[in-house]
Design a protein around this ligand. Structure first.
Ligand code: FAQ
Length: 329
């Protein structure tokens, strides 16, 4: 090694340390990290993992409720459901765009999803046998999404945090439409009330699992919280969801299926039972009631949409060529 080379090597180390220092200072000051800023590899990888999983969840999450679009009981319910499912598609698109700012390609992320190499939320692997499921998804699943995602509006990565602002506003409408649908059913017949209670019984525990494994078994939380990607732990958000939902259940007139659920006066919050963590592991690893169907349908939709992507690419190439010709003339 000659002198110049060794000089360059000595110089490279303080430069990296400076980048690290500046990144740490940005996080400490609660400022946003933007796509062009230097960031540690682990930070970039964690964001790509979480944002991609989040985007996949929004897209796969269209399926359980989408199944009811053609069977909605009235034009009004159909229009509402259509709008909601379309919103989820929009959320997926914002999130894939946010992931792309980190240097990954949306096509590649989709391939990873349909080949089972990337995850999506466990909650979308449960079936929707009755129309009450549509209401309960809005109330519980969108409610849980709001609890989890409002703090993500303050996430340290700018494009993710900004995408979450609009997403949360829309999730709030989704939650209300679900609750309103359930209120209507609860004012209906005995059979309708039973249908609501049955859906509540089936969705309660899977909704608690949406927040992820318990804190002691959450390998990504420590780094994610230090980097301020996540602002609260899985258990903390799960508790908030329970506290928020219990009075809503009382008002609605349904029973949450947990004999251990009770108000803890001393702590100022609810105590509740333990979800079946083995079930969460099974569902995350592909062995839930609907995993196979959800991924198969996503794969089919992707394959059937190939001609649209080809046509859009051909159109874009034609437009670009025209622009070039115009500039050259
Ligand atoms: N399902 O170390 P942690 C919606 C995985 S959107 C599947 O605690 P982390 C809107 C986790 O990825 C719903 N996998 O992980 C809507 C990790 O695996 P990996 C989606 C799960 O990231 C409504 C491993 O377990 N929301 O509902 C789950 O720190 C209605 C260890 O876990 C988001 O994606 C799970 N439930 O915390 C749409 C929000 N939980 O990657 C349609 C953003 C954990 O190491 C209709 N994401 N895993 O192999 C987050 O906040 C976090 O990623 C958590 C997990 C909290 C989900």
């Amino acid at each position: 090694m000659d002198d110049t080379q060794s000089g360059a090597a000595v110089h490279a180390e303080p430069a990296l340390a400076e980048y690290e220092e500046s990144f740490a200072a940005t996080i400490a000051r609660d400022q946003r990290v933007e796509p062009r800023d230097w960031m540690p590899d682990g930070y970039r990888k964690t964001l790509i993992r979480q944002i991609a999983q989040h985007a996949h969840s929004e897209i796969i999450g269209m399926q359980p409720e989408g199944d009811w679009i053609t069977r909605a009981p009235s034009l009004r319910r159909k229009a509402i459901l259509f709008a909601k499912v379309q919103d989820e598609a929009g959320h997926g698109l914002y999130l894939y765009s946010a992931a792309e700012t980190l240097g990954v390609d949306r096509d590649d992320l989709t391939t990873r999803l349909i080949e089972g190499r990337q995850k999506y939320s466990s909650i979308f692997n449960y079936p929707t046998p009755t129309f009450a499921d549509v209401g309960v998804i809005g109330w519980f699943v969108d409610g849980a999404a709001i609890c989890n995602q409002v703090p993500l509006c303050r996430s340290s990565y700018g494009p993710y945090a900004r995408a979450m602002v609009r997403i949360c506003k829309e999730e709030s409408f989704h939650q209300r439409q679900g609750y309103e649908l359930l209120m209507t059913m609860m004012r209906g017949t005995e059979a309708q009330r039973a249908m609501v209670q049955d859906a509540v019984d089936r969705w309660w525990w899977p909704s608690l699992m949406m927040f992820g494994p318990p804190d002691g078994n959450s390998p990504n939380s420590a780094a994610s919280m230090a980097w301020k990607i996540k602002r609260h732990s899985n258990d903390e958000l799960r508790r908030r969801f329970v506290d928020m939902t219990v009075p809503q259940a009382q008002k609605l007139g349904v029973t949450l299926p947990d004999p251990e659920l009770r108000w803890n006066e001393a702590e100022g919050r609810h105590d509740f039972g333990t979800p079946d963590w083995d079930e969460l592991t099974r569902v995350i690893t592909g062995d839930g009631p609907c995993n196979e169907e959800r991924v198969r349908r996503r794969r089919e939709a992707h394959e059937e949409g190939a001609w649209v992507r080809e046509a859009a690419a051909a159109h874009a190439a034609k437009q670009a060529a025209r622009t070039r010709e115009g500039a050259a003339a």
